[in-house]
Ligand binder design. Structure first.
Ligand SMILES: [Fe+2]
Ligand SMILES: [Fe+2]
Length: 286
């Protein structure tokens, strides 16, 4: 059987490990750094606490199959995927510690994600762990796509924090095929692939929303009705971030689905043109 067009794109993509520089934690950063909105700022901050544990889980579930991968290109892509994810965590910890300085208990939320993933590691097969990681890579790649493709989602965001999220976004797009290709190369099946999707998305969003509510409660903003409504519209309204992800959520159930069926490489190129000054290695590429 020949390779599909999406598999060819995936195989040819050069996963670039960029070392980044973000200046965060200056006293210029606003508490509500996303467009002065408590709801949206705490949403993104809560999601950011998922990364240290989440990305470690993704790396481990891919690395488990390292010796079963025959394709040398895919082996190399796995190594670069791991390098990218490790660097994401390192940079997101800066944002998390900034939120910690603002008085939010980021360690507590990190522990919620860690507790859940610890249970998954103990109780779920490696195959299903890989499947769950793929489901969440599909989640991050789609968030990334929305974040970059529609300017309204980044309106009024602190410049450095926007730089962090948009860098993370392009690398999530860049490596979105890696775990998926490993799964296919190691003969993963359809049912095990799709069954984790709704569960994984619901759990991550669920914990994020509880952490977000905890942050808003701490600030006495939980009942800030107008900001909450605006924030919910941002996420789940017409043309909202999560609303726009529904079609690709559904597409994942197609038997011949591949993450690169959606070719959004131009988002990476556009980012590269705008943010190359934040990259501290790869001067020649930039
Ligand atoms: Fe990441
Ligand atoms: Fe990722």
């Amino acid at each position: 059987m020949g390779m599909s067009e999406s598999e060819i794109i995936s195989k040819n993509i050069d996963i670039t490990v960029r070392k980044m520089k973000f200046v965060m934690g200056t006293n210029k950063t606003k508490r509500y750094w996303h467009n002065d909105s408590p709801f949206v700022s705490t949403f993104w901050s809560a999601l950011s606490t998922a990364f240290p544990e989440g990305e470690r889980f993704f790396m481990d579930s891919g690395r488990f199959y390292k010796d079963d991968i025959n394709d040398p290109i895919l082996k190399e892509q796995l190594a670069d995927f791991v390098r990218q994810e490790a660097h994401h965590t390192m940079q997101h910890k800066k944002l998390n510690s900034l939120m910690d300085d603002f008085g939010y208990d980021m360690e507590k939320y990190d522990g919620w994600f860690g507790g859940l993933l610890g249970k998954v590691r103990n109780k779920v097969s490696q195959r299903m762990q890989l499947s769950a990681s793929m489901a969440l890579e599909h989640f991050t790649a789609n968030f990334a796509h929305q974040y970059l493709a529609n300017e309204k989602f980044t309106e009024g965001v602190d410049a450095e924090i926007k730089a962090l999220w948009s860098w993370h976004a392009i690398e999530e797009i860049e490596h979105k095929g890696v775990l998926f290709d490993i799964y296919n190369e190691t003969k993963g099946g359809y049912i095990e692939r799709v069954v984790t999707l709704p569960i994984a998305w619901a759990l991550v969003l669920g914990i994020t929303f509880v952490a977000q509510a905890d942050m808003l409660a701490k600030d006495g903003k939980l009942l800030n009705v107008s900001d909450n409504l605006k924030g919910l519209w941002y996420l789940a309204g017409y043309d909202g971030m999560l609303t726009n992800m529904i079609p690709s959520f559904i597409r994942y159930f197609k038997p011949d689905f591949h993450p690169w069926d959606e070719n959004d490489m131009e988002l990476i190129e556009a980012w590269q043109a705008e943010y190359s000054d934040h990259i501290i290695n790869l001067k020649a590429v930039a």
